[in-house]
Design a protein around this ligand. Sequence first.
Ligand SMILES: Cc1cc2nc3c(=O)[nH]c(=O)nc-3n(C[C@H](O)[C@H](O)[C@H](O)COP(=O)(O)O)c2cc1C
Length: 374
Amino acid sequence: MASTADSDLPSTPGPSAPRPLGDLVNVADFERRAAEVLEPGVHGYYAGGAGDERTLRENVAAFGRHRLRPRVLVDVSAVSAATTVLGSPVSMPLLVAPTALHRLAHPDGEPATARAAAAAGTIYTLSTLATSRPREVCAEAPRAPRWFQLYVLRDRAVSQALLDEAVECGFDAIVLTVDAPRAGRRERDVRTGFAVPADVEMPAIRAAVGAPTGPSPVQFFSLLDTSITWSDLERLCADCPLPVIVKGVHTAEDARLAADHGAAGVIVSNHGGRQLDGVPAALDMLPEVAEEVGDRVEVLMDGGVRRGTDVLVALALGAGAVLVGRPILWGLACGGEAGALRVLEILRAEVELGLTLLGAPTPADVEPSHVRAG
Ligand SMILES: Cc1cc2nc3c(=O)[nH]c(=O)nc-3n(C[C@H](O)[C@H](O)[C@H](O)COP(=O)(O)O)c2cc1C
């Protein structure tokens, strides 16, 4: 029988040999290790942003422009990071964002990430551009809450089949990504000539193009339907038995339209700085969205969250929870399921410690007065 250590050994793209995770104490440590172990083209695809990467940098920098305002002599003898998102209980206000192509980080791919999220007690969002089908991911973490991220493909039958499979398999919500009618120009990928290796299967793309080989990111975005509008959202919300969350909202105006057309939630996001370079940090757009629709729909945000204290800042500015993208990929690259789980455990411990020191025993106790700009 194979030992646990043996079964952790990658067989397709990914780190060449597992190294102990024990000396990685924060997300930045995982990020550095991932840069060492990943093949340069894959690392560039994961790490990179669009254009001059101004928005990519801004997403992280924005958290550094905020200061926490702790309150003292608050009873913090029973602190819990647990909360609910769209009615699902989660261990912390931090979920796993949809990211493509997990098998490039580790051969165990999306099933490993799903198991890690389930073990950490949080929600995993499976991307349309995953290397596993919804059914496969569901089998790996059958009882965990999970969401399915939808790109509407020009071949609507393919999108519908994915959606139907997600519904059948018990996914809890659909995340409709609306900020990527075309791929942003990610110059790291241009320089490395990044393309998905022929042996890495993307079931949605295979169904759309009828071929097993994975094209470049620009090519797979060219399969998306760029004609979709608010009326398509309204139809999706009406027809889909699951709540629909709109991901990629930047402004109060669009947040209001999303709520008006039936969305159950919005994710303030600029796709991790990978789409329109020059837009503000997601954190900087959060307050206007929360103010506009926070009393009607769930408001979430992603982009640049690297610390538990970042989560606290986002909560204070009106988010119900945040999502993380790259930190999970770094965890996966460094140690498969165990690495992704370690990243989530580190972040949960940081959130819990942060809540304690902030004088807010639960996420719901974090208020706007707990933060100030600058
Ligand atoms: C490598 C990579 C692939 C991504 N793939 C998708 C995707 O398939 N669908 C999607 O909606 N967002 C995708 N995103 C965006 C993430 O969901 C999320 O918005 C972003 O990563 C958050 O920023 P962070 O990486 O700073 O946490 C991707 C991001 C990265 C880094």
